[in-house]
Ligand binder design. Structure first.
Ligand SMILES: [Zn+2]
Length: 99
């Protein structure tokens, strides 16, 4: 789980999801209020994880899986994202350029 670089508060899964679903590039620490950013390495890891869903949708157009298999696969992928996304997030106090 991510840890605030300002106050060393370990974020809960719920706090992380709530901050991640906003459109802001920063995440506000729920404990001290400091703006936190995902590290460059963390953004690359989590974006690769989140890219699984659109890639799966494109592959499903090429392979005739049937709706039942596709729904089951998306359910498994979504569960994997919910479990592994918080483990991949690392925070920093400074915004790092992606490139
Ligand atoms: Zn904090």
């Amino acid at each position: 789980m991510p840890i605030c670089t300002n106050c060393h508060h370990q974020w809960t899964r719920r706090e992380l999801w709530k901050a991640s679903l906003s459109l802001k590039p920063s995440m506000t620490c729920p404990h001290c209020g400091a703006e936190q950013y995902q590290t460059k390495r963390s953004r690359k890891k989590t974006s690769m994880l989140l890219a699984v869903i659109p890639v799966t949708m494109l592959l499903s157009m090429l392979v005739d899986w049937g709706w039942g298999s596709l729904v089951l696969y998306l359910f498994i992928v979504t569960d994997a994202i919910v479990v592994f996304y918080p483990k991949g997030v690392e925070l920093t106090g400074e915004e790092e350029p992606l490139w």
